[in-house]
Design a binder for this molecule. Sequence first.
Ligand code: PEP
Ligand code: MG
Length: 970
Amino acid sequence: MAGKRIFSFGGGKAEGSQELKNLLGGKGAGLAEMSRIGIPVPPGFTITTDVCAAFYAAGRKLPKDVLPGVRAALAQVERLTGRGFGDPANPLLVSVRSGARVSMPGMMDTVLNLGLNDATVEGLAAQSSSERFAWDSYRRFVAMFGDVVLGMKPEKKEDRDPFEVILEAKKRARGVKFDSELPADALRELVAEFKAEVKRRTGAPFPEEPVAQLTAAIEAVFRSWDNDRALAYRKLNGIPAEWGTAVTVQSMVFGNMGEDSGTGVAFTRDPATGEDVFYGEFLVNAQGEDVVAGIRTPQPIHEMEARWPDIARQLEDARGKLERHYRDMQDIEFTVERGRLYLLQCRSGKRTGLAAVRIAVDMVDEKIISKDEAILRVEPEALNHLLRPIFDGRSKHDAMAKGGFVAKGLPAGPGAASGRVVFFAQDAEAWRARGERVVLARHETSPEDIRGMNAAEGFLTAFGGMTSHAALVARQMGKVAIVGCGALSFDYHAKTMTVARAEGDLTIREGDWISIDGTAGEVILGELHTSPSEVVQVLVEKNRDPADAPLYRKFAKLLSWADDVRRLGVRANADQPDQAAASIAFGAEGIGLCRTEHMFFGEGKIGPMREMIVAETEEERRAALAKLLPLQREDFAGIFRAMGPRSVTIRTLDPPLHEFLPQTERGLEELARATGRTLEQIRARVEELHETNPMLGDRGCRLGISYPEITEMQARAIFEAACDVAAEGVDVRPEVMIPLVGHAKELANQEKLVREVAAAVFAERGRKVKYLVGTMIEVPRGAITAAEVAKHAEFFSFGTNDLTQMTFGVSRDDIGAVLNAYVAREIWSVDPFVSIDRDGVGTLLRIAVEGGRRTRPNLKLGICGEHGGDPSSVAFCHEIGLDYVSCSPYRLPIARLAAAQAALRERAAAPARKAPRSARAGAKPRKAAASARRTKAVVAAHPARAARASVEVRRPARKAARKPERRPRA
Ligand code: PEP
Ligand code: MG
């Protein structure tokens, strides 16, 4: 015996509800729910997804009991609207819409204005006092019905819609350009011509009888569940065939029935700022499509009060009810028909990052949602909006509209920057020193450019992927950057860059203004105004009082809630004291990666470094290293002081040595002079160091094995600095990290060296400092043999940039062409250098975690590749039980929020395993259960996240209760 098959709604009641989404579809359930809570919606009814299943089971035929049910439900709609279906004097028109349990935008069919025929059209003309409107509705209905129900929609894309062809001919005959210019009599002719075409094509006259129209439309909407578009969409999104669609039949309401009618859209809070104001617009005597078409300018919603005070009050009332009920900001569509308000739709409103944070925090303060829900409501990436400068208001939009778009690249450093173009790092420094704002544009950047990069507002490269040098540095420095912008070509001699564009080449010269949108990856010509980030002003620049920074306070509040629930620790990738300070401000609990190579480009260091590289004997090398030692020691001491009692992981030298040598002829000559060698000798050394594939060459621990004195010097600088700073009373926590280990013996070799130096320094200084020696796992062999490697490592830090590069066998610096083609063909769903490839690289991580902890159960595990700041990768790190993630300072807030979300989702997926925090904190059990239920609901509202959560159940984190790396923050 079939269950209830038709659910009515309207008049402040509904037989269905939100709970019945699977049966009524999203749309049907939403309308029922609105009706239940007293929101005025046009009355109607929903035929269930079960009927859809029965329809297909019966060979695409409606079950017998459906039509009597439809008639009864229709009678109720007639009662509620006071109109008659097919009544020529006072016709009821309906829409017939599809609606699956998940939204499938535009994939299935809809018929509007159903119930019109040659008699009822006159009634509609009288009701609306507009013959033109009535005939326009009618001709639209005949075409839609013909296409959707009678199958006249062209099947091949080369064919034209028959109704379009007739319409075009009519416009030509009447000498008009737009549909809206056709008068009533032309529309009346169109209806006749459309019907003749129906007869010609189908052999039967257009159905005039409204119940026959309705039956046919219901069947057509059920059929549309199986059309090609819907099938493809279902396949792509894993929507099972048996879910089916529901069909909702709802009375039509019209906003163009005179001066007491209208239509509008509104958000229950400002979607740009999150401010708690009703935000929207409306048009008097208009239909929804007039708003969308932008033919007339709508009025702001606050002006409704003066015009229709009663409607304004009802809308305000609906606004409050909807927010309290759905417990989120809503985006609503409404129509006023002859002084009566109807809401047609409501859904969670899209919002900016600023608004997301503000709304989530405000709603907790207003006791609408819990803190856990607030954490889950904000997409971690949305925090970028609060951390970066943004272009002022419409300035970017206007510049783009005026043809200012230059080219697009990879969005490596989010935010907005404007400056004058320079092509050399030295020029960036010099121009900056004289007060100019500059954007550094280069084919690619190298460590040599680091100071110029720091001086620039942002940078732009033609080459490189999301983990190329420019991209890493951008994120670490908090700079705006676009990389891999392949349309650019450079002429460094002429100091120009050229962009090939369809409308002709565009040449940009040194000193020209450009703007870069590092969030969208867009390069724009000219100077655009930017607004600074309030959060950065408070935390990093320290030029704004938190008391004057309301947005900052909300941001801080949300993150403090996130910190309370996350299990993963967060560290920063930082190698300068100012970056260390910024990291602490953004919540770092330590430094997870200090790339020492960046230090060698600081004042006075590149000289001795190059001397060391061109040295021909160990003695010469040691002499040069002796010059570097005090400088490195000071760098480390600066970082230890800034980080106080937090752990600092310092990596020994990693890049191949040629990266430190000058790139220009002039530079080579200077080096020859400075080191007292001939130019030929220098050239010979450069030649000797040249490698065809330097990323797989003499770098990482291989350098320290070939030249042990380099590791010795670095270890000495670390331990001397640690002793010095410990003597100042700081509880220093150095962790020495050996890069690029693929074989346990490599690490054994370097570990021994480091420990010997430590012992020597401690003996010399008469002081001991606790330290760890560990390794990066960034070579596949290192991951596979992790159990062996762990014999010599007290910690592993996953270098997923190199690990991704080596696992995929693609170059991280040169991925552009492959990336675009692979993402376009969906071979890769995302850039694997941005989001961890769970199946491949992720499997290596799991193997290493398991092997490492088998050998050493207390092995500390972290990640320091760029993935450490990517929300989906952070969730994965949580899932496999890492202790911390380390990322660039400006991504720390994102990582903190992502880590909290991962913890909450794990909890929602398995509430029995771990009681909600509110329960642990002694809250009333019922309240705690409700909170867990709600968290579960929020998770369920995002199927992709829910899928991840269910993966977490199957593969629980190896040791959920592992002691997190958490120490009090300063
Ligand atoms: C890595 O390879 O993931 C890493 C952090 O090291 P780098 O990017 O400096 O090679
Ligand atoms: Mg690496």
